[in-house]
Design a protein around this ligand. Structure first.
Ligand SMILES: [Zn+2]
Length: 280
């Protein structure tokens, strides 16, 4: 159910197609006190008042974060990265009744947003975008997105060479050299690249770097092509169909390539499943 780079891109494109040009009539918040208490939604819900009467101008994503830009200087920032459901319904009456935020439009359609785990919902002015933690993190132009054209092998190779750190911290989290990769994507990627989870970025040889680069591109491209991971639901409730090659789904299983039992490591504040034989 997590919404990471591929799923955020799928949703942003769908929301853009469906909502662009629509005017916000009103909004409703529900069960939001807990989210506010733990910093997952603006403390002052008056910020959402400013969305009203704005017309949706564009919807884009970068990393795991979506930016819904309105023509009145406001933005709705959605970052349901650890779990969330965002749905659209042409008729407000038929929209899901389970939501944290529902935005109603002048033509009677509605967008509902529900966080099912850690994530963020912010209503922010253009000038204050940097105040949204997830926006600041994933829309940072100095950190490359692995689906951008500028993400070339040469550039990635240099970034790896500069970083004498474990691969996980180079690819995932606040010190990562790219945006939008999660622990889940990491396990899938390094299994395909045949790299051990404890390897250091700067120690990879050219062949290994190329395998890692290819695996990143492959995983992201396939997840986008297959409408997201298998527990993801898009804007219309269609389920994704991408199954990771490695991750919690492979617990107690054998490696499909060599038959060795899959092992689990604690690494960088999370678990990493891997094949001790294929991944060196
Ligand atoms: Zn194996």
């Amino acid at each position: 159910m997590s919404i990471e780079l591929p799923e955020a891109k799928i949703l942003a494109e769908q929301i853009n197609k469906e909502l662009r040009g629509k005017r916000v009539k009103s909004y409703h918040l529900q069960d939001h006190e807990r989210l506010q208490k733990i910093g997952m939604m603006d403390k002052d819900t008056k910020s959402f008042d400013k969305l009203v009467n704005g017309k949706i101008e564009s919807v884009i994503s970068r990393g795991n974060v979506m930016r819904v830009k309105l023509d009145n200087g406001m933005n709705l920032i959605l970052g349901p990265e650890y779990g969330g459901i965002i749905s659209y319904n042409a008729s407000r009456e038929k929209a899901s009744s389970v939501f944290h935020l529902r935005v109603d439009f002048a033509d009677d359609s509605a967008l509902t947003v529900r966080l099912t785990s850690m994530g963020l919902i912010n209503a922010v002015k253009d000038n204050d975008l940097e105040r949204s933690y997830v926006y600041r993190r994933d829309f940072n132009p100095n950190i490359i997105s692995p689906i951008d054209k500028e993400f070339t092998f040469e550039r990635f190779s240099k970034l790896l060479a500069k970083n004498n750190r474990a691969l996980k911290s180079v690819l995932v989290g606040k010190d990562a050299v790219v945006v939008g990769l999660s622990n889940s994507a990491f396990q899938d990627i390094i299994y395909r690249a045949k790299l051990h989870p404890k390897r250091k970025a700067s120690e990879l040889n050219t062949v290994e770097k190329q395998a890692l680069y290819d695996a990143i591109r492959h995983v992201l491209r396939e997840r986008i092509r297959l409408n997201g991971k298998d527990q993801f639901y898009d804007l219309y409730g269609n389920q994704g169909s991408y199954t990771p090659a490695m991750g919690p789904n492979m617990k107690d299983q054998k490696c499909p390539t060599c038959g060795t039992p899959i092992e689990k490591l604690s690494l960088g504040g999370g678990h990493v499943f891997f094949c001790p034989k294929c991944q060196k």
